[in-house]
Write a protein that binds this ligand. Structure first.
Ligand code: TTP
Ligand code: MG
Length: 401
């Protein structure tokens, strides 16, 4: 079973302020250039969706109501939702702030039909949180997720095994979780528009074109999900990267101003890595131009890093190497190739001193709040723009692939 909350941030805002209920509503950061994290269903009727800027939304619907994100509210609501789901089964895998997979096989063995079970889950979520969700039930995760999206909002969709083949014939490849816009475009150019076509296409040709992902694509086309048999709880080893990005309040072209942003992002990424006792061997700098084209540049180091000062130093190094072809509207840093518990104490006096400085800074910020003590270059107001990635987990860190 896949459970996904409907227009989650917007619904939480409506719950907190009932006068917003039923309105065309968007949730975003402050300012016209901010990106919309979600739009209520009435707003979606006007073509407004996640990823647009507030300004674009206003051109589509002048009377759109804009609410500024309040992440505390969403994490609190998320915890309530997950508590309800955990009361249904401990076999749960929370995959983002508003969605989870539940292995409900044992209930079905006891004779409860999927529809009764789905209705019961929806009822309990609504009673305990005041929010609606959409539920999909199928024989594996891939299909359950496809199902939960089919009748949003407040939907309940059950995919019976006998009907899946026909459904996949009609399903565009981009509807499958794990096939993003770039792959969708590439597949479409190969003449593969539906899952049915993708599933029938020779797997070795897909492998030649997409590498090991090609084999996975072939399975996806057939609605198979052999990789997700295990619904066990999250382990740190499943975490692939730790990153933060920020949409800038105005486009930047000079490296010095960008450096200040990177200082702030280095602290945010480093803090998260240190909290989870890990470091990353690969550092990636992401930048997005004003035409929304996005670039990345990475460097892989001989040992994992997690101190703010190190992350900053290498991101500045990358920044110096890149060509800035147009004004930049978004900057991001991420650490990948994560090593857990890998930090061995350094023997170099200078390194020991830096580690002590870092521990002291962290200690103060743990006690008095983030950025209480920060490097002088840090831009403090950036923190308010922080967006919770969809891959957020209440008990863990971002699992981005
Ligand atoms: P989603 O479940 O993707 O979207 P949603 O719940 O708003 O709408 P739907 O009914 O279609 O499920 O994401 C959950 C929340 O995560 C969403 O309310 C806002 C946040 N979010 C971001 O912050 N950034 C993003 O890019 C996306 C997609 C979501
Ligand atoms: Mg949702």
């Amino acid at each position: 079973m896949h459970v996904d909350m409907d227009a989650f941030f917007a619904s939480v805002e409506e719950l907190a302020n009932p006068s917003l209920r039923g309105k065309a509503l968007i949730v975003s950061g402050p300012g016209e250039r901010s990106i919309i994290t979600t739009a209520s269903y009435p707003a979606r009727k006007h073509g407004i969706k996640t990823g647009m800027t507030v300004r674009q939304a206003k051109t589509l619907w002048r009377d759109i109501v804009v609410v500024h994100s309040d992440h505390r509210k969403y994490t609190d609501a998320s915890k309530k939702v997950m508590t309800v789901l955990e009361s249904i089964t401990p076999d749960i895998d929370i995959t983002s702030i508003d969605e989870a997979f539940l292995d409900v096989t044992p209930f079905l063995r006891d004779g409860e039909t999927p529809r009764i079970l789905g209705m019961e889950v929806k009822k309990r979520v609504r009673e305990d949180t005041g929010l609606t969700c959409s539920v999909g039930i199928a024989q594996n995760r891939l299909l359950a997720k496809l199902a939960s999206d089919m009748n949003k909002p407040d939907g309940l969709t059950i995919l019976e095994p006998g009907k899946i083949k026909a459904l996949l014939e009609q399903t565009p490849v981009g509807k499958i979780c794990g096939i993003g816009p770039v792959t969708t475009k590439a597949l479409n150019e190969m003449g593969l528009k539906t899952c049915g076509q993708l599933g029938r296409y020779p797997a070795d040709l897909l492998k030649r074109r997409f590498g090991s992902y090609g084999a996975r694509l072939s399975e996806m086309g057939r609605g198979e999900d052999v990789h997700h048999e295990d619904y066990g709880s999250e382990t740190n080893s499943s975490v692939k990267s730790i990153g933060h990005s920020v949409t800038l309040s105005k486009d930047l072209s000079d490296r010095q101003s960008m450096g200040k942003i990177l200082q702030t992002l280095s602290e945010m990424v480093g803090r998260r890595a240190r909290r989870h006792h890990c470091g990353g061997k690969t550092l990636t700098l992401t930048w997005r131009y004003d035409d929304f084209s996005t670039r990345t540049r990475s460097t892989t180091l001989s040992a994992p890093i997690c101190r703010t000062e190190e992350i900053y130093r290498y991101s500045i190094w990358l920044l110096k190497k890149i060509e800035i072809a147009r004004p930049v509207r978004l900057l991001g840093i991420s650490l990948s190739h994560l090593c857990f518990e890998a930090q061995t104490a350094s023997l170099l006096p200078e390194e020991i001193r830096k580690e002590e400085v870092q521990k002291t800074l962290d200690g103060i910020n743990d006690r008095f709040g983030e950025f209480t003590l920060a490097y002088a270059e840090t831009v403090p107001d950036l923190r308010t723009q922080k967006v919770i990635p969809p891959s957020w987990r209440p008990k863990g860190i971002k699992n981005s692939v």
